[in-house]
Design a protein around this ligand. Structure first.
Ligand code: NAP
Length: 255
């Protein structure tokens, strides 16, 4: 792929760190103008923008706490203003629902408030992000949801998170049918263990890393760029015949 997204616009939630930052960088490298969102890490968002601009790309950041449903319409109003100013149109080509907080905590310690917070950011926000994007999304556009391998192989230490990600897989299937007539593809990418702040306690534990690597066909811990490459492919013209799919990108974990 080479600059296949020139002239396109992308919105990546949670682009201030981790996988979202790598996705934003990957789409910008292909030529898209990237709007990235952050919640608390303005400095992280600025670092992503600086890295994109240093590589010759274009990006800007918008703040939104996606646990708050009311933040989503406000986010799209800000996005409209920025895109109109930069491109003269509020057209969006690519929406990547990536933002998410860590979901550690098993059944004994779960609370309804914790459940609501996890579902708000991992399941409700992507749903209403897509709803708000509908009249901005170009025909032939892309929706890419970041799921997790845990959606289909849940772990007891993260039952609520696993449930929310299973919901994302289901939503991906349903919306691919809904948006297909407009040529919009809807897919999910399901990472496995990927080195980010979300699992610092795991990737800094040599024994755990060794055990994960032993259970991974490709024999190493995942990196954000591994996921970003899959997203860039789905966003490209070459990925245009794939829709309604959950693409597991785990290096072959627990095959
Ligand atoms: P991360 O490094 O912790 O980054 C999380 C990102 O989401 C940050 O940009 C953060 O913004 C944003 N975010 C968190 N809570 C938010 C909220 N309430 N409102 C708006 N934005 C919020 O996490 P990551 O590992 O890159 O995870 C990205 C996605 O990949 C998530 O959906 C996660 O479930 C999924 N995933 C990750 C792994 C893995 O092993 N890392 C595996 C499978 C799936 P701030 O920086 O402003 O806080």
């Amino acid at each position: 792929m080479s600059q296949s997204l020139i002239g396109k616009t992308a919105l990546v939630t949670g682009g201030s760190r981790g996988i979202g930052r790598a996705i934003a960088q990957g789409l910008a490298r292909e030529g898209a103008t990237v709007a990235l969102t952050y919640n608390a890490s303005r400095a992280g968002a600025d670092e992503t923008i600086a890295a994109i601009e240093a590589a010759g790309g274009q990006a800007f950041a918008l703040q939104a706490d996606l646990v708050d449903a009311g933040a989503i319409p406000a986010l799209f109003e800000k996005l409209d203003g920025e895109l109109l100013a930069r491109h003269g149109a509020k057209r969006l080509d690519i929406l990547v629902n990536n933002a998410g907080n860590a979901g550690w905590g098993g059944l004994p310690d779960a609370t309804p408030d914790g459940w609501d917070t996890l579902f708000a950011v991992h399941a409700r926000a992507p749903f209403f992000m897509i709803q708000s994007a509908l009249d901005r999304l170009a025909d032939g556009g892309r929706v890419i949801n970041i799921s997790s391998a845990l959606a289909t192989r849940p772990m007891p230490v993260v039952p609520i998170y696993s449930m929310a990600k299973a919901g994302i897989n289901n939503l991906t299937h349903a919306l691919a049918m809904e948006l297909g007539p407009r040529g919009i593809t809807v897919n999910a990418v399901a990472p496995g263990w990927t080195r980010t702040d979300m699992n610092t306690a795991v990737h800094e534990n040599a024994e755990m890393v060794k055990s994960i690597e032993a259970d991974t066909a490709l024999g190493r811990f995942g990196e954000p760029a591994d996921i970003a490459q899959v997203v860039a492919f789905l966003a490209s013209d070459q990925g245009g015949w794939i829709t309604g799919q959950v693409i597991e990108a785990t290096g072959g974990y627990k095959l």
